[in-house]
Design a binder for this molecule. Structure first.
Ligand code: 9MR
Ligand code: 9MR
Length: 578
């Protein structure tokens, strides 16, 4: 965090009492420290840390609003993080365990306000989920709910043309169909099947994690009806996906124009849109999503007559299609230039689909889903894709379904990786597990951070003897400001958050602030792209630009948001039970 209050009076630090009332009239201004900490709110039970860059080790004080010193400490020895190229030390004030507003005072002269609250995660989850409302396709956003970001309905999608790559007998190339609804993927206006399935799954996962999420009020048009808001939002994706499934079983890979839209509002984009592509990966994601919906929505069957059976039947049709087309990978046809979501490793999607199908229906192939998933986890680094660890999250809510042997093997696997992440995180002052794999600072690195946090938390569920909650807490703090960019990575939250995101409506509308609640992609130096002309740094944790041109670091995407709300949802769960 940049120092927004730097008080010269702190030169008289030893005379602590009463200094907060002194006017800052002393002539010498000490160099301000560069302090990075959670800009939103620490939780009462969680860890509380500020990272101070390139400062001498020294004392720190935590004061309440009245200026009383509640806690003192010393910043630890400096550590270098090679990802940011800077030395920094940590001020740890986790002992503070009362909700309230406080000020951290450093010996270098900085005063940094911060907040501690009972369950701050719920508001973070709410904002992250609510961004989906702003991404709804074919639906106007009313001022009452969308505020300054109200807009007309974009893309009615009443006459979507079948591209030859998605053609089937019942849906021949060139024929048109109505496929309204669903969510825009990101800063573009495409609707992509894999991310949509993952997002709908994530929303329902929170309600499966704990019923208390069913009372989360999202301020969406459906709020107040008989269903939980999270379910209402999930249905936006689920109904759209059910509609686009081909009668033969596959689910088209995406619905987009042939090129990314110009810089226009959704309602201003007149490009013709197509149903594009057949692929095993997206169809398997659909299987997982629908199978899970067929389990989780049982609780709401009275309000949703027939839907559970419809989801399970759709999942089974898609599964059978996948068995007959086990490795059909997608590549953009020559005339299509929109996002590819190319995936050539499919075993994680297979494991996810098999897991959800088994948990919901008891049906399985010869190899048990838990073993299948274990094989993926043992052979692959899990954080650069979206499929295998989602299966683990579901599995971890149903450990009693595993055999004793599977349970033990999973415990070991989860704890082994969490242990490595923890060890790695200790060598940098941010206690970030990022960089464990050299490609962690990849496109969407912030979502990789969130997945790592989820792994920490999930390990505690699979192996109740262990607990990585502190490590997970620091991962949360990283996303909210405890990072070398000094940025809360979610739009509209914290003291300093991205303003010029790669998101067409945010860029084109007249509102200076971007649409709120989006996790930006984050720093990355893996994907080589010439989007902006120059970046301020090429170091992995710093190669980021808060500028429209930077779609490789400053775009937003619904699946990244889902990673984040899953993580903050799980974190809130452990923090509230502490
Ligand atoms: O806006 C597009 C974004 O959603 C994609 O993630 C990105 C990479 O596929 O592409 C963006 O569109 C750019 C296009 O690829 C090249 N011309 C400039 C476009 C952005 O203004
Ligand atoms: O998240 C995707 C990233 O892994 C790819 O490297 C990148 C380029 O193909 O595309 C990203 O996904 C974008 C998608 O293609 C189009 N909508 C925006 C997505 C987020 O940038």
């Amino acid at each position: 965090m940049n120092i927004f209050l730097s008080f010269t009076s702190l030169l008289v630090f030893p005379l602590l009492s009463g200094f907060s009332c002194q006017p800052s009239t002393l002539p010498t201004v000490p160099p301000a420290d560069s302090v990075h900490l959670n800009q939103v709110s620490f939780s009462v039970s969680g860890s509380k840390v500020a990272v101070v860059e390139e400062a001498e080790a020294g004392p720190f004080w935590v004061l309440n609003q009245a200026g009383d010193t509640l806690l003192t400490g010393t910043t630890g020895p400096g550590q270098l993080w090679d990802a940011s190229g800077k030395w920094a030390s940590r001020a740890d004030f986790s002992a503070l365990n009362q909700a309230g507003d406080y000020v951290l005072v450093l010996s270098g002269g900085s005063r940094v306000p911060f907040r501690v609250a009972e369950q701050p995660g719920r508001e973070v989850v709410k904002q992250l989920v609510r961004s989906l409302y702003f991404q709804r396709c074919s639906q106007p956003l009313d001022a009452g709910l969308a505020g300054a970001w109200a807009r007309g309905a974009g893309h009615p999608d009443q006459a979507v043309k079948v591209h030859p790559s998605a053609a089937s007998d019942p849906r021949p190339a060139g024929a048109t169909f109505a496929f309204p609804g669903g969510w825009y993927d990101a800063g573009d206006y495409g609707k992509y099947t894999g991310p949509t399935a993952f997002v709908a799954w994530s929303l329902l996962h929170l309600t499966e994690l704990d019923e208390s999420w069913e009372t989360l009020d999202l301020d969406i048009p459906e709020s107040g009806n008989e269903l939980p808001d999270l379910v209402d939002e999930a249905l936006v994706g689920i109904r759209y996906l059910l509609a686009i499934q081909d009668p033969s079983g596959f689910v088209p890979h995406k619905l987009t124009a042939l090129h990314h839209a110009e810089l226009v509002m959704p309602e201003g984009d007149q490009d013709e849109r197509f149903l594009i592509g057949k692929a095993t990966s997206s169809t398997l994601s659909f299987v997982a999503c629908m199978a899970q919906a067929g389990r989780v929505l049982v609780r709401h069957e009275a309000q949703l007559p027939g839907l559970v059976d419809e989801c399970l039947a759709a999942a089974e049709r898609a599964w059978i299609w996948c068995l007959a087309h086990p490795d059909l990978t997608f590549a953009n046809p020559a005339d299509v230039k929109t996002g590819e979501y190319k995936d050539s490793f499919l075993e994680d999607e297979w494991a996810w689909a098999a897991m959800e199908r088994w948990l919901s229906t008891g049906k399985r192939e010869e190899t048990s889903p838990a073993q299948r998933l274990l094989a993926v986890a043992q052979s692959r680094y899990p954080f650069h894709g979206d499929a295998s660890w989602t299966a683990m999250l579901s599995m971890s809510l149903h450990v009693n379904r595993l055999s004793e042997q599977e349970r033990l093997a999973w415990r070991e696997q989860a704890a082994w990786r969490a242990g490595r992440m923890k060890e790695h995180s200790r060598v940098n002052p941010y206690h970030s597990p990022m960089g464990l794999n050299e490609n962690d600072f990849n496109w969407g690195s912030n979502s990789i951070v969130a997945k790592m946090g989820l792994w920490f938390l999930m390990t505690g569920r699979l192996d109740t003897r262990r607990n990585f909650n502190r490590e997970a807490g620091e991962v949360g703090a990283y996303l909210l400001g405890q990072n070398p960019l000094d940025l809360c990575m979610i739009t509209g939250m914290g003291e300093r958050s991205p303003m010029d995101i790669h998101h067409r409506p945010s860029k084109v509308d007249d509102v200076p602030e971007p649409v709120p609640g989006f996790l930006v992609g984050g720093p990355q130096n893996v994907v080589k792209l010439q989007d902006c002309e120059a970046y301020p740094s090429s170091l992995p944790a710093l190669k980021y630009l808060d500028a429209w041109c930077s779609y490789s670091t400053n775009e937003v995407a619904i699946n990244w948001n889902a990673n984040a709300f899953l993580f903050f949802g799980w974190l809130d769960q452990v923090e509230k039970s502490n």
